[in-house]
Design a protein around this ligand. Structure first.
Ligand code: HEC
Length: 138
C-alpha cells in the first residue's frame, strides 16, 4: 500500500513539473529574430498605387496611430521612446521588405509594436505602406 502511494505522489510531482515547464515555454512576444511572415502574405502585391491621394490618406492615419512612436518625419524619434525603433528616413531600413510584409507587420504588430488590426481598412493599411515608404524618398 505504501509503495503505491509513493509512486502516485511521485507521478503527481512529475506532472506538476512538466506542466510548469510548459507554462514557461510560450513567451508573449517572440524575439525579433523569430518573427515570421507567411510567404503568401509577403508576396501579396500592393493593390493601391502611391498616388498623392493615397499618401494623403496614409499621412492622416499615420499622424493618429504611428507618429507618437515613429516620429512625425518617420525617423523613429516620436514621443514614446522604444528600443529597436526603425528609421524610415534611411532608405536601407525598408529596402528588403516587400509591401506585403509591411502590410502584415502593420496589421499584426511586431515585437513591442501594437497591431493596427481591424482599426484600419485594408485599403488604409496599403495607404500607410505607401506613406511610410515615402519618408525615404524625400
Ligand atoms: C507603441 C509604439 C508604436 C506604434 C504606435 C507603432 N509602432 Fe511601428 N514599430 C514600433 C517598434 C518598437 C518597432 C520595432 C519592432 C521590432 O522590430 O521588434 C516597430 C516596427 C515597425 C515596422 C517594421 C520595420 C521593419 O522592417 O521591421 C513598421 C513597418 C512599422 N513599425 C510601421 C508602423 C505603422 C504604419 C504604425 C501606425 C499604424 C506603427 N508602426 C505604430 C513601435 C510602434
Amino acid at each position: 500500500m505504501l509503495k503505491i502511494s509513493v509512486i502516485i505522489s511521485a507521478l503527481l510531482v512529475l506532472q506538476v513539473a512538466l506542466w510548469a515547464g510548459q507554462a514557461q515555454e510560450a513567451p508573449k512576444t517572440p524575439p525579433a529574430e523569430e518573427y515570421k511572415i507567411p510567404p503568401e502574405a509577403a508576396n501579396q502585391p500592393n493593390p493601391v498605387k502611391p498616388t498623392a491621394e493615397s499618401l494623403a490618406k496614409g499621412k492622416k492615419i499615420y499622424g493618429y496611430d504611428c507618429a507618437m512612436c515613429h516620429g512625425e518625419s518617420g525617423d523613429g524619434k516620436g514621443d514614446v521612446e522604444m528600443k529597436g525603433m526603425p528609421d524610415f528616413t534611411n532608405p536601407a531600413t525598408l529596402k528588403n521588405r516587400t509591401d506585403g510584409e509591411l502590410f502584415y507587420i502593420i496589421r499584426k504588430g511586431k515585437g513591442e509594436m501594437p497591431p493596427e488590426g481591424d482599426r484600419a481598412k485594408p485599403e488604409d493599411l496599403w495607404n500607410l505602406v505607401n506613406y511610410i515608404r515615402s519618408f525615404a524618398k524625400k
